[in-house]
Design a protein around this ligand. Structure first.
Ligand SMILES: CCCCC/C=C/C(=O)SCCNC(=O)CCNC(=O)[C@H](O)C(C)(C)COP(=O)(O)OP(=O)(O)OC[C@H]1O[C@@H](n2cnc3c(N)ncnc32)[C@H](O)[C@@H]1OP(=O)(O)O
Ligand code: FAD
Length: 593
């Protein structure tokens, strides 16, 4: 056919991702880890010669690879991974071994059944010394028979909370030999004689994790926007109760409580989307810098990606649940789509670094800044953290329109982040002065440290939202988005009100003002809500939801959906008379006696 669509270009990453997404759904598929982690690892950790060999084959799907780092006993604490890769200079091979049960690789996506290669993180031993966890590119299965190679035990870890279309797996090595050049050698190297050449930055091996943490931010935006689309559309169909007696039942979207439940999720989804774009650009820029020998942005990228990952996944999980509850009983049905979206989204609170651990990583960075501030140092022209060095207004000004672009609200978030950061830093110092060692003092401050990170991330998300909306030139679009921005900012003020009120920065009156601005924004958003979610242009096959159908024909399709349930194939279940029928029959007989 002359105008037939051209075939998918399997070497085009974006095309492949879109194709996989639409054809295989959102809960994962056999190529997920290959595309999301194995290829990024090859791109960022393989040297030129290795890339030449592996990358075209990977892009062309001549093999499927995964990222095997986590073990049964250790996921967070990478220093304690137990899998070993011991260099043997005689044969110029590494010997991979899993010395204990707890060293069994556990969780890697697509490891169980699909992958025939894996990026394996293992403790590197050479010349009798351990150099820490390093990545190796290891063949696991025969390319023809797909059987596990000698010395390799591999399988699926069983059903999970969700994402059961992904074969998360386990893996053990029994002294498996792999060539020296299967070690990723862009950064660290082992020379043929066994000498170890260290990397310029010892966390460059972790770049695939940084990539996914950055990507998760937009992923969470997607989940929130999808589920708020379902909730908004359904709430515009569902009628229940009256607001004006006798005027007929209203759409539940007209209830202020309903708007207050759903619209903030919509606003957060947009905020995450904009920050997701920012962090991805920062990631790409930093990887380019590393290629050119400049590693200076690595700590900033790490700190921001950890904090954003933790905050956005947590809020997405809470937001999805709000959307589900906002749809009442039908929200609990699989027909709503919520169980699928929820079970996929909440996995991200755990994978790529458990959220508390990620908040604490960002806090590490904040504590260094606090130390510099207390030492009287100047900021370093770093857009993300410089505000911490500056003194803002002594009192909250959110109720005073002294500036456009919400400078007064942003200053409130900045104040809280600055205060929280410096207070917890001072406590850390004080505890150490009282005799606690650093690690003990850190643990004693851990909850407050996490609060500092959240306040800092809130500031970043809000500032990015304000700046991006400001750039929009189409005034009608800008005006609608400004309503969502207003809601977002004042909702966040009320979310962190305890912190703002605690030191007397914000007054009770100003808190009331923030609430008033929220209710005002809800009212402005209500008439546009359905158009806003329609403008995202999600396809029905993405939503997986009878409630969120674009055509709004919810009730007819809910009935059809239920009728198509396997339980409804027959009017009477084939085993009815054997069990329940028999029980009732016997009971009736007994009562006759
Ligand atoms: C689409 C769905 C796909 C889902 C796929 C899921 C895949 C996975 O889940 S893969 C496995 C992911 N695993 C993790 O995320 C593990 C979490 N743990 C870690 O990342 C690290 O162990 C750590 C960050 C918690 C701590 O690292 P550690 O090596 O123990 O080092 P220190 O705490 O002593 O920190 C040393 C130093 O290094 C900095 N740093 C740590 N990570 C990075 C990094 N990725 N990039 C840059 N810098 C990093 C850390 O900040 C410290 O800096 P200083 O404060 O200057 O010492
Ligand atoms: C759906 C899914 C997919 C995954 N895919 C992959 C994959 O493809 N490849 C791969 O290698 N791994 C994968 N993982 C594993 C995942 O990366 C780890 O489970 C995750 O990093 C958390 O580590 P953990 O399981 O060791 O949790 P733990 O560290 O055991 O967490 C348990 C609790 O301890 C707390 N805790 C631990 N350390 C600290 C600390 N230092 N300070 C304060 N609190 C702490 C945590 O906050 C948490 O509350 C996946 C996991 C899931 C759920």
């Amino acid at each position: 056919m002359e105008h037939a669509p051209k075939a998918i270009d399997v070497t085009n990453d974006v095309e492949m991702r879109t194709f996989n997404f639409f054809t295989m759904g959102i809960d994962g598929h056999p190529l997920g880890l290959h595309l999301d982690m194995a290829i990024p690892t090859i791109l960022n950790n393989a040297d030129e010669e290795q890339q030449k060999d592996w990358l075209p084959k990977a892009a062309n799907r001549e093999f499927i690879a995964t990222y095997a780092q986590t073990e049964m006993g250790h996921g967070t604490n990478l220093k304690k991974l137990e899998t070993t890769a011991t260099y043997d200079p005689k044969t110029q091979e590494f010997v991979l071994n899993s010395p204990t049960i707890t060293s069994t690789k556990w969780w890697p996506g697509n490891l169980g059944k699909s992958s025939n290669y894996a990026v394996v993180m293992a403790q590197l031993y050479t010349q009798g010394k351990c150099h820490g966890a390093h990545p190796f590119f290891v063949q696991l299965r025969d390319l023809n028979t797909h059987k596990p190679l000698k010395g390799i035990t591999v399988g699926d870890i069983g059903p999970k909370f969700g994402m059961n279309t992904v074969d998360n797996g386990f893996l053990q090595f029994d002294h498996v030999r792999t060539p020296r050049r299967s070690m990723f050698m862009k950064h660290a190297k082992v020379l043929p004689d066994g000498r170890y050449v260290p990397p310029v930055h010892d966390k460059l091996n972790y770049s695939a994790m940084v990539f996914i943490r950055a990507a998760i931010v937009s992923g969470m935006a997607y989940h929130l926007l999808v589920t708020s689309t379902i909730a908004v559309r359904y709430s515009a169909i569902r009628r229940q109760g009256e607001i004006t007696p006798g005027a007929g039942e209203v759409k539940v979207l007209d209830y202020q409580t309903q708007q207050h439940r759903i619209f903030p999720q919509l606003a957060r989804g947009l905020a995450f989307r904009l920050s997701g774009q920012y962090i991805m650009k920062l990631y790409t820029q930093t990887m380019d810098d590393i290629r050119n020998g400049d590693i200076s942005a690595v700590p900033d990228l790490h700190a921001l990606s950890c904090g954003l990952k933790a905050v956005t996944t947590h809020h997405a999980a809470l937001g999805l649940e709000q959307c589900r509850m906002a749809c009442g009983g039908h929200g609990y049905s699989q027909a709503s789509g919520f169980p699928l979206h929820y079970s996929v989204a909440v996995g991200a609170c755990t994978y790529e670094g458990e959220n508390m651990v990620m908040l604490l990583q960002t806090a590490r960075h904040l504590m260094k800044i606090a130390k510099a501030i207390r030492a009287g140092q100047s900021p370093k022209s770093n857009k993300i953290v410089d505000y911490l060095f500056h003194k803002g207004p002594p009192k909250c000004l959110i109720d005073q329109a002294y500036d456009t672009n919400y400078r007064n609200v942003l200053e409130s978030f900045e104040h809280l982040a600055r205060r929280q950061t410096l207070e917890v830093y001072d406590k850390l110092v004080q505890l150490q002065q009282q005799g606690r060692n650093y690690e003990q003092a850190w643990n004693d401050c851990a909850v407050e440290l996490c609060k500092a990170t959240r306040a800092h991330v809130r500031t970043f998300l809000a500032r990015t939202f304000v700046e991006e909306i400001d750039k929009i030139s189409d005034l009608s679009i800008k005006s609608v988005l400004q309503d969502l921005l207003q809601l977002y900012l004042y909702y966040e003020v009320t979310e962190c009100a305890t912190g703002l009120l605690e030191d007397g920065f914000m007054t009770g009156q100003q808190h009331k003002y923030a609430k008033k601005k929220i209710y005002e924004a809800l009212e402005k958003i209500r008439p546009n809500a359905v158009s806003i979610v329609d403008s995202f242009d999600f396809q029905d096959r993405e939503l997986h939801s009878v409630l969120g159908r674009r055509d709004g024909n919810v009730y007819e399709n809910l009935l059809k959906w239920a009728q198509s349930s396997p339980l409804n194939k027959t009017d009477v279940l084939p085993f009815h008379h054997k069990y329940l029928g028999k029980m009732m029959e016997e009971a009736r007989q007994r009562s006759k006696i």
